[in-house]
Design a protein around this ligand. Structure first.
Ligand code: HEC
Length: 375
């Protein structure tokens, strides 16, 4: 399935892109209408009401169908295809649970589904917010959610300015300790850099954040470093978004080290991911596409924004499958193996599920690693 889609993806005609844009927007409007009904309902007390059963089922079904359609029309965009299919699959699972009167799991899956909306919307620049979603959070019971959760739903519905405002209020709230904010800081940087490209606003907000008296030494130093990087790139336009620029930013982030896990390079990784996502829009050749996915995989693991979606893994796997004979595939495999093994290692050793073992072995075979290197 992935293989055949990848081949189709590489052959996709750029001429169809305009049509796809209109289809995408139409599918989105229908998805949004259904989510506008489902999400506030699931956050209130009427989620289990029998009289809502029919419209809830219809709405879940609609989102699943439209998301599948979106995936089918992905026009060569591997990520769009994956996120559309995964959104559809999550909604189908939510519907199954709902049909079995398992309301809590259904509610949980519906909320998880919004992570796909966020992942898809926050890849590329957008200059204005979706007008139809203006009251989606602020005019419904969703306004009772925490500021961080509200910001996520605002991202999901393309209300990026509202999301920035929610996060700014959160950063200034004295009742919330900075140790509770790493995810919110990542969201803030992603919106400011990738979507809004508004470095001045990010500089203001982060500068104010460093004035808080409860930051620990390391966090303050890291954020000051982010401020330096943002100041540097405010006047460097990051255009055109070439692969070479993406490579340069990753080199700055890693600073010669392959496995940096610290927060300090976060802004460099978000800048790199922004350039690379925009680079993919230019429909590059296969080798360059693979290289871009390798670097996006690396960045995704370092940014760590999406706990529920294995984007880092997917990007690395695509890099390997697109150009298995390239040196990039070997690097991508090395990183993927390390990350997957680390994910399954506990105090009692490695517990690698059989399907993951087979997946790694098939990728190894693709890149021509020696077969005696058994996992
Ligand atoms: C596979 C990628 C993808 C996923 C998943 C996705 N969207 Fe979108 N969405 C888009 C694109 C692309 C646009 C068009 C942006 C533009 O106009 O340039 C869009 C536009 C929108 C708009 C504005 C529509 C308009 O009339 O301009 C809303 C609202 C929206 N999405 C809500 C959602 C919600 C809610 C979800 C999750 C349930 C979601 N989207 C999931 C890609 C996605």
């Amino acid at each position: 399935m992935l293989q055949s889609f990848m081949v189709a993806a590489l052959c996709a005609a750029a001429a169809a892109a305009d049509l796809a844009d209109e289809e995408t927007r139409e599918a989105m409007r229908e998805i949004f209408q259904s989510m506008r009904y489902l999400l506030p309902l699931s956050a209130g007390d009427s989620w289990q009401d029998a009289e809502q059963a029919e419209p809830v089922r219809d709405a879940l079904q609609t989102v699943a169908e439209r998301a599948s359609l979106l995936a089918e029309h992905a026009q060569g965009d591997l990520e769009l295809h994956y996120l559309g299919s995964a959104l559809a699959a999550t909604l189908r699972k939510a519907l199954q649970r709902y049909e079995r009167a398992e309301f809590e799991p259904a509610r949980f899956l519906l909320l998880r589904a919004t992570d796909y909306c966020i992942a898809c919307h926050s890849r590329l620049p957008a200059h204005k917010d979706a007008p139809q979603a203006v009251d989606f959070v602020n005019g419904t019971v969703l306004v009772n959610l925490t500021l961080g959760q509200r910001a996520r739903l605002q991202m999901a519905t393309r209300r990026f300015d509202d999301a920035l405002a929610s996060l700014e209020t959160l950063f200034a709230a004295s009742g919330v300790h900075p140790s509770q904010l790493p995810g919110a800081l990542v969201d803030y940087l992603i919106i400011s850099i990738r979507v809004r490209r508004d470095f001045d606003r990010a500089l203001d907000t982060l500068h104010r954040f460093t004035q808080r008296s409860d930051l620990w030494i390391d966090l303050r130093a890291d954020i000051r470093h982010w401020l330096d990087v943002l100041r540097e790139f405010r006047s460097t336009p990051l255009d055109p978004p070439t692969l070479a620029l993406g490579i340069e930013l990753i080199e700055r982030a890693t600073d010669g080290r392959r496995y940096t896990t610290d927060r300090r390079s976060l802004v460099h990784y978000v800048l790199a991911s922004s350039v690379l996502h925009r680079f993919l829009e230019s429909q590059p050749q296969r080798d360059e596409l693979a290289h871009a996915y390798y670097l996006l995989g690396l960045s995704e693991y370092r940014i760590g924004g999406n706990f529920w979606i294995p984007q880092g893994e997917l990007f690395l796997e695509w890099a390997i499958r697109l150009a298995p004979a390239s040196p990039v595939a070997a690097d991508a495999y090395a990183l993927l193996e390390e990350e997957i093994l680390a994910g399954y290692t506990g105090s009692s050793g490695l517990h690698l599920p059989e399907d993951e073992r087979q997946r790694l072995q098939s990728l190894r075979a693709l890149i021509g690693a020696r077969p005696e290197q058994e996992l």
